[in-house]
Ligand binder design. Structure first.
Ligand code: CO
Length: 197
């Protein structure tokens, strides 16, 4: 196995030097606490790095990433992050960010994969089934996949609203929900949905 990971540690040391050069107190400040205004829920895909595509730095965004950017009701990990972000950090915006070219969505559309991943993607397959008529009318599989990426984002916004902690924050006007899609082909984020509108 190549020792490619060593590059990461070297990169880290250089990154620290660069950060300190422009902002000597950055780590002292960050070590005292965080007050991010955003919760970002995105896909694990290595091409969709949350901070990088939004040009944000440490302390600016609380981030949850999982395969196909899902908010599954039984996923205690995501629900805990959402709860902490709203209750303790008091984030003002929750962004669900899907991306075109999502392997998880492709697999769900193709009918499934194997084992535990298949179980996880079953939730996306269900969204495809629920929107079967619309997807069937589309001309080809690539177009269907792009549409399912968008439908998945919308469904995850609905799942968010099913969490009582989100419902309460929405009702109190303390949070906005955003559905975005990232396009690998041009690097741009496209807003799909917003609540309250
Ligand atoms: Co993906």
């Amino acid at each position: 196995m190549q020792r490619s990971y060593e590059k990461l540690l070297e990169n880290n040391r250089r990154w620290v030097e660069r950060k300190r050069a422009t902002d000597p107190e950055v780590f002292t400040r960050l070590s005292t606490g965080q007050q991010p205004r955003f919760l970002f829920i995105g896909c694990c895909d290595s091409r969709v790095p949350a901070n990088e595509i939004t040009d944000t730095g440490p302390g600016e965004m609380f981030v949850v990433r999982n395969v196909a950017n899902q908010v599954v009701p039984t996923d205690l990990g995501a629900a805990s992050a959402v709860t902490y972000a709203l209750k303790a950090l008091e984030v003002q915006h929750i962004i669900v960010c899907g991306h075109y070219g999502c392997g998880g969505v492709d697999a769900a559309l193709a009918g499934g994969t194997e084992g535990i991943l298949d179980f996880w993607l079953g939730h996306v397959r269900q969204i495809a089934r629920q929107n079967g008529d619309e997807l069937e009318r589309l001309p080809d599989q690539a177009t269907r996949a792009r549409r399912l990426v968008e439908l998945n984002v919308q469904a995850q916004l609905d799942h968010l609203k099913d969490l009582s902690v989100v419902r309460e924050a929405l009702d109190a006007g303390r949070v906005m929900l955003h559905g975005w899609v990232y396009d690998l082909r041009d690097g741009l984020l496209r807003p799909l949905a917003e609540e309250p509108a």
